[in-house]
Design a binder for this molecule. Structure first.
Ligand code: AMP
Length: 197
């Protein structure tokens, strides 16, 4: 059983790679960005609270995403493993994830960090903005704010997972296939953990 955190700044290619990896390793893919966009589309109370925050490129409160993740873990007790995409994004979220996973007899196997330069990120996001319909991808100021939020609040997670011996750096530049190969090479040598009951 493996539980992976797919990590990287906005535009690093987490969503694209997550689809391939979830399929290849039979993992439940949990993207907090996707879950929040679904809440917005369904016009829920959470969606209402999250909408403006997402439009500004800020982070929604930790408690909101932690509760959403907990619900998904509850709903998938027999999962082979989870692939976390866009979560955790702050140190308190990472601590909460560790606590939650212990409760389910699991743990984070590795944090796979996709490394991409800032210039490449901005150009990828502006490109995505024209095709994805995501308003937070279409505006350069919002994109730059998201990258700044990443540097301030999310990048400290690299130290968190390094200290836990779980940080793996992966070159995020190249074709989608080539990057998938690099990720798989890394995952295939990770120790598998048995689920404790
Ligand atoms: P993403 O699709 O991962 O780029 O997420 C889109 C937006 O959703 C982010 O810019 C945040 O506003 C919000 N979001 C997604 N995941 C989280 C998280 N783990 N913590 C806080 N905000 C999040």
């Amino acid at each position: 059983m493996i539980n992976l955190v797919l990590f990287g700044p906005p535009g690093a290619g987490k969503g694209t790679q997550a689809l391939y990896l979830a399929k290849a390793y039979h993992l439940v893919h949990l993207s907090t960005g996707d879950i929040l966009r679904e809440e917005i589309a369904n016009d829920t109370k959470i969606g209402h609270m999250a909408k403006d925050i997402i439009c500004r490129g800020e982070l929604v409160p930790d408690s909101m995403v932690i509760d959403l993740i907990q619900e998904k873990l509850d709903n998938n007790p027999d999962a082979n493993g989870f692939l976390f995409d866009g979560f955790p994004r702050t140190v308190p979220q990472a601590e909460a994830l560790d606590t939650l996973l212990i409760h389910y007899g699991r743990n984070v196997s590795a944090m796979l960090s996709l490394e991409v330069s800032k210039e490449e990120l901005i150009s990828r996001l502006l490109n995505r903005g024209t095709s994805s319909g995501r308003s937070d991808d279409a505006d350069r100021t919002i994109i730059e704010n998201r990258i700044q939020v990443y540097n301030e609040k999310t990048a400290p997670l690299i130290k968190y997972y390094k200290d836990a011996g779980k940080y793996e750096s992966i070159n995020g530049i190249g074709t989608v296939e080539r990057i998938t190969e690099r990720l798989k090479k890394c995952i295939d040598i990770l120790p598998r953990h048995r689920k404790r009951h």
